[in-house]
Design a protein around this ligand. Structure first.
Ligand code: PXP
Length: 244
């Protein structure tokens, strides 16, 4: 079954916009859990622009579904992850000036560093996922250094779709398809995410090797109008339809 991971970062973005105590991302996570989320994702960024340390503490304490802790490959984040030992850690590239995670992690050129970085996390019992572009050398390196999961970055595919650049979108989708087959053939579990919406989810959900989609911004945005339960139900329906 294709799992749906719900990223609750932008509930925290709204909270932080006013420096208030609401809306509470942990409440959103519990609601998502009740509505059938298979996991919750939260990204503790270096600048704490949305999720904060106390949110991670509360998520670890209150969730019954697995937490996918997104983090940059820094010493600070490694310490936090080792203190909590979440079900999964997803290592992402992070730039202070970016609005969102822009590209995939550079694993191939930094194989030794990333390998050393993930080893203690894996030994502690976290499932280690690397967020990578649909690029063969990155996937090969991920397998070589012992990551259990790769999450394929669907951001470029979604951007091309909304910019009306359909040839490039289709080419990127093809790369994603080939690389999910390739990653699976190397023994990696394949996840995908970034930028997915009702309009873009089905072709990715249809890849048989993809086990999990992580979706945040669209679900939280649409929840403003219809509520988190209904938006998740519709996303789930589209995912199941694509898979069937
Ligand atoms: N997967 C990863 C690794 C991400 O960094 C993000 C964004 O934080 C997502 C999935 C979800 O992307 P979006 O919020 O665009 O759905």
């Amino acid at each position: 079954m294709l799992r749906l991971g719900v990223n609750i970062d932008h509930v925290a973005t709204v909270r932080n916009a006013r420096g208030s105590a609401y809306p509470d991302p942990v409440r959103a996570a519990k609601l998502a859990e009740e509505a059938g989320a298979d996991g919750i994702t939260a990204h503790l960024r270096e600048d704490r622009r949305h999720i904060r340390d106390a949110d991670i503490d509360a998520l670890m304490e209150n969730l019954t579904v697995p937490l996918n802790f997104e983090m940059a490959a820094t010493e600070e984040m490694q310490k936090i992850a080792l203190r909590h030992v979440p079900h999964a850690v997803c290592i992402v590239p992070e730039k202070r000036e970016e609005r969102t995670t822009e590209g995939g992690l550079e694993v191939a050129r930094e194989e030794n560093r990333i390998g050393d970085f993930i080893a203690p996390l894996r030994e502690a019992g976290c499932r280690v996922s690397l967020f990578v572009a649909a690029d063969r050398p990155q996937i090969e390196s991920a397998a070589r250094i012992g990551a259990q999961v790769v999450e394929l970055h669907t951001g470029a595919y979604c951007d091309f779709h909304y910019e009306g650049r359909f040839d490039e979108r289709d080419a990127e989708l093809e790369r994603l398809r080939e690389m999910s087959t390739y990653a699976h053939s190397l023994g990696l579990e394949v996840h995908a995410g970034h930028g997915l919406t009702y309009e873009t989810v089905k072709p990715v959900a249809a890849f048989p090797e993809v086990m999990e989609l992580n979706i945040g911004h669209f679900l939280i945005a649409e929840a403003i109008f219809v509520g988190l339960g209904p938006v998740m139900a519709e996303m789930r329906r589209l995912m199941d339809e694509a898979r069937a």
